[in-house]
Design a binder for this molecule. Structure first.
Ligand SMILES: NC(=O)c1ccc[n+]([C@@H]2O[C@H](COP(=O)([O-])OP(=O)(O)OC[C@H]3O[C@@H](n4cnc5c(N)ncnc54)[C@H](O)[C@@H]3O)[C@@H](O)[C@H]2O)c1
Length: 367
């Protein structure tokens, strides 16, 4: 039986890995357990045709293991297509650590996680994601070279989040150009949901350009901090999905565009950093298309971070990082136009390009 996310009590009725929709022909899934440090992690290696599977590690207090597994499988698949569409020679992988990053993360736990990464001999290369910092990656670096996103002082490219935010900003401008005929965001109402590392840096770009920015977050402290710094508005209502806005920028967790929200949404454009924004890609992509809401595919516009960490492997400089990230503008415009011409969803149009690149390389590799 194939299924998507299901209730834990029904788990026995399904094949939990190969049988779920998130499992999209992953090459390898590794479960990591260490009693002494309390580490419980899952590494998902989706595809290594283009290169080693690179993707960040997320630490999150998942409700149950099923939710963690589902997340890592969806995220690692997304990384395959993100690197493919960005033209990087990387495959797709991702890791999740089950636990609360604020209370359960220790340097012993991070080192143990690093040892598991090391045991894969470079097939998977890690980096930071939600719940992780550059310092955590520096700790992982003590036990394995298969880590990126480390501090500049030890040869890394530093925190990727500002670059990710710049790429999202570029993608958002391209989507605005497509929808409104101009990429100037001055005067546009933009709702940034989640003002963490990426969200805050995005707010800064938007404020610099003169957009009317509203923010939301589950952390009251963050809200106050960002409001004080940039003079933006904190959302005071009950349901952001019913609010009128020009642009919705999801920068927290994924799947916020789902059966409950999609028909309420009043935004003209969706462009944000969160991975896997569409709960069910084809279904929700299609509804957005029918409703005339322009969706800038997440894995396309949030690639700045991976461009930044890839520099650590390839040795290119800051100028090249910015050039590649700026190019997200052109790729986004191309894909939005392509989707319109072929009457397919924007997500589908982006996936087609990514999949073609992988298939072509696969043929070359087998020669
Ligand atoms: N950091 C990167 O370079 C990068 C790259 C690509 C994609 N992403 C994705 O972008 C998103 C944000 O990443 P980040 O590094 O800024 O993470 P972060 O942990 O720094 O920030 C996430 C923020 O979202 C908030 N949040 C969580 N649940 C929320 C909710 N329901 N409503 C409102 N706010 C909520 C958190 O309190 C936090 O402030 C993630 O989905 C991540 O996977 C990040």
């Amino acid at each position: 039986m194939v299924t998507d996310v299901i209730n834990t009590k029904d788990l026995h009725k399904v094949d939990p890995v190969f049988g779920q929709q998130s499992f999209d022909n992953h090459e390898q899934v590794v479960f990591c357990n260490d009693k002494d440090t309390g580490l419980k992690a899952i590494i998902g290696i989706h595809n290594t045709v283009l290169g080693p599977a690179l993707g960040g590690t997320r630490m999150w207090a998942y409700q149950n293991e099923w939710e963690a597994l589902n997340d890592v499988l969806r995220l690692s698949r997304g990384m395959t297509f993100k690197s493919a569409i960005t033209g990087l020679n990387l495959g797709g992988g991702k890791a999740v650590i089950i636990g609360d990053a604020k209370t359960q993360k220790t340097s012993e736990l991070m080192k143990k996680f690093g040892e598991f990464v090391h045991s894969l001999n470079g097939k998977y290369i890690t980096a930071e994601d939600v719940g992780m910092t550059t310092e955590d990656m520096d700790t992982v670096r003590e036990v394995t070279p298969y880590v990126t996103g480390i501090s500049e002082s030890i040869g890394g490219a530093g925190n990727p989040s500002p670059i990710t935010a710049y790429g999202v900003f570029m993608g958002m401008k391209a989507a605005a150009k497509f929808k409104f005929g101009s990429d100037v965001l001055e005067g546009k109402s933009v709702f940034v949901q989640g003002i963490g590392n990426v969200g805050e840096a995005l707010v800064e770009h938007l404020v610099d350009e003169g957009a009317n920015v509203t923010i939301s977050d589950i952390s009251q402290d963050r809200l106050e901090e960002v409001r004080t710094k940039y003079g933006v508005t904190i959302y005071g209502g009950n349901d952001i999905y019913t609010e009128s806005m020009d642009i919705y920028a999801p920068c927290a967790l994924g799947a916020t565009i789902n059966d409950d929200t999609i028909y309420k949404l009043k935004a003209a454009v969706i462009a944000g950093a969160a991975n896997n924004q569409l709960a069910v890609e084809e279904k929700h992509g299609k509804i957005l298309q029918e409703r005339g809401i322009v969706y800038a595919p997440d894995f396309l516009i949030n690639a700045g971070g991976i461009i930044n960490v890839y520099a650590e492997l390839e040795g290119y400089d800051r100028k090249e990082i910015m050039r590649k990230t700026e190019n997200i503008y052109n790729t986004t415009l191309e894909i939005l136009s392509n989707a319109q011409t072929h009457n397919i969803t924007t997500n589908h149009a982006a996936l087609n390009i990514a999949q073609n690149r992988i298939e072509t390389r696969k043929k070359e590799n087998s020669k």
